[in-house]
Design a protein around this ligand. Sequence first.
Ligand SMILES: Cc1cc2nc3c(=O)[nH]c(=O)nc-3n(C[C@H](O)[C@H](O)[C@H](O)COP(=O)(O)OP(=O)(O)OC[C@H]3O[C@@H](n4cnc5c(N)ncnc54)[C@H](O)[C@@H]3O)c2cc1C
Length: 535
Amino acid sequence: MAVAAGVGPQLFGIAAATVLAVFFLATVLGRRRRRGAPVVKRKTAPEADCAAAGGDVAAGDAGTDVIIVGAGVAGSALAYTLGKDGRRVHVIERDLTEPDRIVGELLQPGGYLKLIELGLQDCVEEIDAQRVLGYALFKDGKNTKLSYPLEKFHSDVAGRSFHNGRFIQRMRQKAASLPNVQLEQGTVTSLLEENGTVKGVQYKNKSGEELKAYAPLTIVCDGCFSNLRRALCSPKVDVPSCFVGLVLENCHLPHPNHGHVILANPSPILFYPISSTEVRCLVDVPGQKVPSIASGEMANYLKTVVAPQIPPEIYDSFVAAIDKGSIRTMPNRSMPAAPHPTPGALLMGDAFNMRHPLTGGGMTVALSDIVVLRNLLKPLRNLHDASSLCSYLESFYTLRKPVASTINTLAGALYKVFSASPDQARNEMRQACFDYLSLGGVFSNGPIALLSGLNPRPLSLVAHFFAVAIYGVGRLMLPLPSPKRMWIGARLISGACGIILPIIKAEGVRQMFFPATVPAYYRAPKDKTAPAPLA
Ligand SMILES: Cc1cc2nc3c(=O)[nH]c(=O)nc-3n(C[C@H](O)[C@H](O)[C@H](O)COP(=O)(O)OP(=O)(O)OC[C@H]3O[C@@H](n4cnc5c(N)ncnc54)[C@H](O)[C@@H]3O)c2cc1C
């Protein structure tokens, strides 16, 4: 393990980082108040929308309560969850055959806990899923192991990695086994809207017939390439990089049952098992264009640029996978949640919110959102009461924030910190991050608890992020500061702010750190006999 300095300066660093974080939040909020920005009283756009929704919407399709568009990770888990709560659910999925993709293959332990809460944990059984106990981080020939802090949990709780398609099929089967869930193959082409309220969908079924389906609530879960999200949010999609996917066969990772992250040049490389005999490799390629697979440029890039940075234990399997030729690519998209709350409709999963997949947080956010929504909707037996329903859906956007925004912010910030840069200050930050995590104890447990979704607290994220920056500056000042080192240190701090502050701003400072100051947080159910949803 690389430990570059004594513990004293690091503790000082943590304290300073915490003060800095609190100062930053006070400043941001103060500025919002001075500008006359609403803190508590404004009647928000969502409230206005809900008021406009007024009375009851028209009755649904022969008793359908909820239409779900898409039966991927979010759609199928949601269908089972709402079906189990007694809702009559109609799921419309474009392709019901087993997906074969390079996405959604590592479920963090926090996501597994959500799976248990939803009663879906058996969906990772009988698919040769592998237990994941933490990460190993590699940089310049050194490596450090970061175990998930699982001591307080049941021995079954850990991350799981698997073939995404097998997991989805298990969830689809489980949802379809409920008599009140109808799973149909079809492609939804548009949402049916009347006076600003979504009443259902238009879709083409398997035989190509154009059909309409109606329900008081339509939940759109059509994934990262969503065609329908435009009607329900203001999508600002960023594509910082692409992942190039390979499968290594019969290869033994240096740290079994761990995700491996190589801090390579220009950007990180991931390895994790997806079955007892296969290891997924995802090579990050910055930008939106990747070398051509067909012309052989990609194989050449992987062999000449990437392979020399691969740990020696897996080098041969990596080259064999390139020679085998099944190379796939996928854009890495990020998109903050920016809903236009619309009566009768809701976005979930990647259609709603995306983050860089480096930290494997997408499924955890989707499952966590489903738990929030289920708890909110539980007391509302009559989904036809459009204005009540709309109020609940507004609360959803606020209640999901602390967990979702922590996972999103960590993913975006870590991707930037883990990528190489021509800027010396950025490289100091990268080295400081590796060394900070290598210190162990609270320095690795805190960040890995955030990443795993076991303790996704925004303030803890900000404190650790700035502690890394201050740790980096502290190392530059030792044994004696020089003007050049002080200048690099100043740029390191300003670079750290430049990484995390825009992400936090996009997530929404108030919703992320102070959700209790948002009126929708307290919106009470109209059904007076029902228990309060926010308990
Ligand atoms: C390269 C990469 C790697 C990733 N790795 C991880 C990881 O290891 N761990 C993790 O947690 N997350 C990971 N993610 C993110 C994760 O894959 C997503 O967060 C997750 O799949 C979102 O689920 P979803 O249900 O929203 O979308 P999807 O799982 O993509 O499901 C969308 C579904 O909608 C269907 N559909 C689309 N359009 C229509 C239509 N018009 N009508 C009917 N059906 C439609 C599709 O067929 C599909 O079944 C990764 C992402 C990428 C890009």
